[in-house]
Write a protein that binds this ligand. Structure first.
Ligand code: HSE
Length: 337
């Protein structure tokens, strides 16, 4: 299975290393050998149709900040022209334009490649259009790592909605904000110090105001609501307030009363919102650190909660790999039919 990787930051590198490490397992358990034939980053690209030595590319990227030379071709052209089966798209999220990820994904679909992505921008802006384009080109589009890092929140929600109605979704969707709020209430560190640590650990977006101001949670909420058929809203329609005004003092004061301040996202038929809210410490949504938690309110079967780590390179890379295995499974089914 030939892969093109667009984006080679924390998640892209983690994915490349995970695939290399798991190649014997993937061959034995799922009957396929992934081969990375192109890696593209913002400075250029490196390609080899026989398969790249990803460890060497990681070393080069860490030493020089680049994967290769600037080629004459742009990323979209490389994606379109490279003989490959799947695009793994992990470029930095842009919540306003969705680019460059949006163009990369479209280019892959048009050239009949499946896409696996954890890039939230394109999904928050053009979820319905991208689904349509994938269907039109008879390719698969998977994005489980876009919500919940390595935790299969979207798949769990889909299972909850099978034969039942998910009427409302309530959740903590941003690991960075949750990490900051927890650090402030537990260790009494300042907002700025907690944020700096989240950045060092690679949890925060390249522009961390997207986490803090609630946009990252809003985009994930849009993806989840669209995925479950609860709404066709785009990110522009979410009522958003972030944690920028939550001080360490407010966080301790809540903790002293047996409560906690958390950035809570809610979607139901009446609309989508993200705002800091005070919740009881024994509420199952009251998770700590980079954990995410989502409650699916189901009409017949009641409430269900999923909890797991919501950010981090290796965690998100594991979702990308899960999606890739799913694609491989349905490619084999299609061949057998
Ligand atoms: N910045 C995001 C977060 C990364 O903190 O949740 C995972 O989407």
């Amino acid at each position: 299975m030939r892969l093109v990787l667009a984006g080679f930051g924390v998640v892209g590198q983690s994915f490349a290393q995970l695939v290399k490490e798991k190649t014997p397992d993937l061959a034995a358990k799922y009957g396929f050998v992934p081969r990375v034939v192109a890696i593209i980053d913002s400075s250029g690209a490196v390609m080899d149709e026989k398969g790249l030595d990803v460890a060497r590319v990681v070393t080069k990227k860490r030493k020089t900040g680049k994967v290769g030379q600037t080629s004459g071709l742009g990323a979209r052209e490389i994606i379109a022209r490279t003989e490959a089966d799947v695009l793994i798209e992990t470029t930095p999220t842009d919540f306003k334009s969705g680019e460059p990820g949006l163009g990369h994904i479209k280019s892959a679909f048009i050239s009949k490649k499946h896409v696996v992505t954890c890039n939230k921008g394109p999904l928050g802006i053009a979820f319905q259009a991208l689904q349509e384009l994938a269907r039109h080109n008879s390719v698969q589009f998977r994005y489980s790592g876009a919500v919940g890092g390595g935790t299969p929140i979207l798949d769990f929600g889909k299972t909850c909605s099978t034969g039942d109605d998910v009427t409302r979704v309530t959740g903590i969707l941003n690991g960075t904000c949750n990490f900051i709020l927890t650090k402030m209430e537990r260790e009494r560190v300042s907002f700025a110090d907690a944020l700096a640590e989240a950045q060092r650990e690679g949890y925060a977006e390249r522009d961390p105001t997207l986490d803090i101001n609630g946009y990252d949670s809003a985009v994930k909420l849009v993806i989840m609501a669209n995925h479950l058929g609860l709404s066709k809203a785009t990110v522009r329609e979410v009522n958003v307030r972030g944690i920028q005004d939550v001080s360490a003092e407010k966080a301790w004061a809540a903790a002293e009363k047996g409560e906690a301040i958390r950035l809570i996202a809610v979607a139901d038929k009446s609309g989508l919102s993200v705002q800091p809210s005070t919740i009881a410490r024994d509420d199952p949504l009251c998770v700590t650190g980079t954990y995410n938690a989502v409650k699916f309110h189901c009409k017949d079967s009641g409430d269900k909660v999923i909890v797991g780590r919501g950010a981090g390179g290796p965690e998100t890379a594991s979702s990308l790999l899960r999606d890739l295995i799913e694609i491989r499974g349905s490619m084999s089914e299609a061949t057998e039919q």
